[in-house]
Ligand binder design. Sequence first.
Ligand SMILES: *Cc1c(COP(=O)(O)O)cnc(C)c1O
Length: 451
Amino acid sequence: MSDSQTQHWQALGRDHLLPPFTDYKALNAKGTRIIERASGVYLWDSAGNQILDAMAGLWCVNVGYGREELVEAAARQMRELPYYNLFFQTAHPPALALAQAIAEIAPEGMNHVFFTGSGSEANDTVLRMVRHYWAIKGQPERKVIIGRWNGYHGSTVAGASLGGMKAMHGQGDCPIPGIEHIDQPYWYGEGGELDPDEFGVKVADQLERKILEVGADKVAAFIAEPIQGAGGVIIPPDSYWPRIRQIIDRYGILLIADEVICGFGRTGHWFGSDHFGNAPDLMPIAKGLTSGYLPMGGVIVRDEVVATLNEGGEFYHGFTYSGHPVAAAVALENLRILREERIIERVRDKTAPYLQARWRELADHPLVGEARGVGMLGALELVKNKKTRERFADPGAAMTCREHCFRNGLVMRAVGESMIISPPLVISEAEIDELIDKVTRCLDATARDVK
Ligand SMILES: *Cc1c(COP(=O)(O)O)cnc(C)c1O
């Protein structure tokens, strides 16, 4: 595509588009990057550059780009029944078949799904469903949901409130009442002198303190990502989830595991909750559910919660596109691909161990204080001094590194002073080698710039 065509698209962006999570003035001064097509793990921009997409879009293109089966599934369903709803005591085959397929892969005792259009809507659903659940049980004062600082649960009012992103809270009076936050299990950034497991127990115990502070009879649920994604691929120490589980059981509150990123194979298991064995009551899902080919989310619900909802009369909640037939048909086909091609097994047994071994080699780089990861997730902590974990002064090194990534045909994301990856699950060993080579080159270039 010619330069003038790219400039034309950029002008349209400036004149008409308000993109998400963007500093409009800064972007308009610079011009947006135009992505035109994609195949496998690669993107092509309007200047013809081939870019290795180490973020799988936004953590979602699990089966990779260009899967004709998903295109065909959508086209077939559009011809058969492009739209109908689940409101009026009606249903349609794609939503029913998908609900069954999700129940088959979900943890034991989780057999129902409430469909939404996105992960944020899933968390709005969770907020209302959990409070409704306790009201049915005769404990309507149990309203408070405890989340975590730097957790991410979406960008609607409920999502932003449940999440712990202070910058988001600062815009639009979030969190809404009835949401509390505790610290995240971010050992590298906040663990100080403690060893990881001591730190894991210490931050998990904040849940108990918060429950007692709020009043044990007022707390409805705890919400957390099994591994924090948008917060910077923060992997809790091994001691964390078992301790959280003990506290949940002690006070009888509900556990909500936000599986929007971890779900559908990201950790080498179907769900992050399988990886940690944390037995949640509700699991918001989205992203990898359709591999991002169409928007769809949902909440997978434990049988005991469903039994209570069954006693509560009408649940006055839902979306026009809950269980949308075309999205459901694509999700169903996406699950078939994941299952029949044994993609998650291959991640678990082969490609994730390879990625993680190669990723940890990056810890030898002078800029890298820690290289961590699980499954097809990874993070690098960029530091000035590895021993003291001292960071580079504002603006830091990560934004510089991200610019070098784009220049070197690689998409990695910068979160604070971490560089993070979440590649398509289908990435091959040769492509992982290419990824590591490119990351090394970008780290070298960054080191030259910040020194
Ligand atoms: C992306 C994300 C969401 C929000 O999903 P949307 O589809 O963007 O609304 C919620 N929770 C987690 C953990 C996410 O990563």
